[in-house]
Design a protein around this ligand. Structure first.
Ligand code: AMP
Length: 428
């Protein structure tokens, strides 16, 4: 039997209502902040990610799905979205159309990581990017958006962590300080951290090895060594979060894995998804556009992992999305009426009702069972004496009321059903 590739998952019909619910919240909230959706290709030239994310990162160094296509070009399935959004922004000169561009996206991503609960090789992210302003209002806005989406999904056990990495110049000074601090302890670090010491010393903070964390206990912290401008911006972000009643913690060790961040970084953690607890992460990247060949344009953004968020929702039992009803089930009472039932089904489907009927020559009892299983709002009986006398019997499944409708007047059936759906949704 051929199975789905390790680390990939089918999203089956019984899970789709949760996905759609999440996607509709993402759409609504981003739209209310005037972010516009953007969709970019699944694969890009490998050099985009190598240049954009940084050669020394885990993503570029060991996780990308990269291959040479038949024309000899090295292409990569996108491991994250920011580089692609920035590529599209530059390619289409979007910065010339308006000074500030706010984008959001929902997209699959690909990273060859070791699969475990909450960590896949094809996974999905939604996220937002604001390009064109250094204002910390946007940093705060994106944290608010991410938080509001998670709260709207009913999640409660959330921690927002923020930090500031400063501008590159102050960060370089800090890196020297950190290297100096670690110099005589280097031999005690784990192998991975020793590699990071030379390549990307900040990332040692991400180490999961306890002895590494012990060594880092008294390390100088980046937040104490950032420049004045970054300090001021960080204060503004905190003020806005305070005013917006968003509880947060300052985590001076939150350095994030990617090279392109500067100033604010943030993560939202769930207490309910085990070791892969980060639901969302982001920060400011004022140099990325220029680094990728565009006119210098500041930016800030975040990405959130949909599978992990849905896992947190499941563990907090926060979603209670009822299975979708169908509007009408057409029951065939006489075997020879198949084509009439088919035509009636087609007629109501054209009027945008969700309609089903039997294709398997099942008994009337089995058809009714199916109608109940599908949670049909109405059942239309076609056949018997009523049909011979030119009528159809429409049954409202929630009240049990039945009404006879003359076949030439069948058009009113969709009106009846629609007004029922309308009053149903009003009650909710
Ligand atoms: P990152 O782009 O690494 O900052 O990740 C942002 C978010 O995407 C994380 O907080 C996770 O929720 C999610 N994520 C990252 N990698 C994976 C993965 N391999 N599987 C599932 N979700 C992921």
């Amino acid at each position: 039997m051929i199975k789905a590739i390790t680390g990939t998952k089918d999203i089956l019909p019984n899970e789709i209502s949760d996905w759609k619910h999440l996607e509709s919240i993402v759409n609504t909230i981003f739209t209310s902040f005037n972010y516009k959706e953007i969709r970019t290709p699944i694969f890009e030239e490998t050099s985009l990610f190598a240049r954009g994310i940084g050669e020394e990162t885990d993503i570029v160094g060991k996780e990308m799905y990269t291959f040479i296509d038949r024309s000899g070009t090295s292409v990569t399935l996108k491991p994250e979205m920011t580089a692609s959004v920035v590529r599209a922004f530059i390619e289409h000169s979007l910065g010339k159309l308006q000074p500030l561009n706010k984008f959001f996206y929902i997209s699959p991503m690909f990273r060859q990581e070791r699969p475990q609960a909450g960590r896949q090789r094809q996974f999905h992210q939604f996220g937002g990017e604001a390009l064109g302003s250094t204002s910390p209002l946007l940093d705060a806005e994106l944290i608010i958006i991410a938080y509001q989406i998670l709260i709207s999904l009913g999640l409660k056990d959330l921690t927002v962590k923020i930090n500031s990495l400063g501008i590159p110049a102050s960060r370089e000074n800090y890196k020297k300080l950190l290297r100096d601090y670690l110099k005589d302890k280097k031999h005690k670090l784990s192998e991975d951290s020793r590699k990071r010491y030379d390549m990307n010393v900040l990332r040692i903070f991400d180490s999961k090895v306890e002895s590494d964390q012990e060594i880092l206990k008294d390390a100088p912290l980046i937040i104490d060594h950032i420049d004045e401008e970054s300090k001021r911006d960080f204060e503004i972000v905190k003020e806005i979060l305070d005013k917006s009643n968003i509880p947060y913690e300052i985590d001076p060790k939150l350095v994030r894995g990617l090279d392109y961040y500067s100033k604010t970084t943030f993560e939202i953690i769930s207490g309910k998804v085990g070791s892969q607890s980060a639901l969302c992460g982001g920060g400011r990247y004022d140099l990325l556009v220029e680094q990728l060949g565009g006119t210098a344009t500041p930016g800030v953004g975040f990405a959130a992992g949909i599978e992990r968020i849905l896992l947190a929702c499941e563990n907090e039992k926060s979603l209670n999305i009822p299975a979708e009803n169908i509007d009408l089930y057409v029951v065939k009472l006489d075997e020879n009426l198949s084509s009439e039932v088919f035509d009636l089904g087609l007629k109501f489907r054209k009027e945008n009702l969700a309609v089903e009927f039997d294709y398997l020559n099942r008994s009337v009892k089995a058809q009714m069972r199916e109608a109940n299983k599908l949670k049909a709002r109405f059942v239309l009986f076609v056949g018997g004496d009523e049909y011979k006398s030119g009528k159809l019997n429409l049954k409202n499944m929630s009240t049990g009321d039945q009404q006879l409708i003359q076949i030439p007047d069948a058009g009113i059936i969709s009106e009846i059903i629609n007004s029922h759906i309308h009053s149903d949704s009003k009650e909710k």
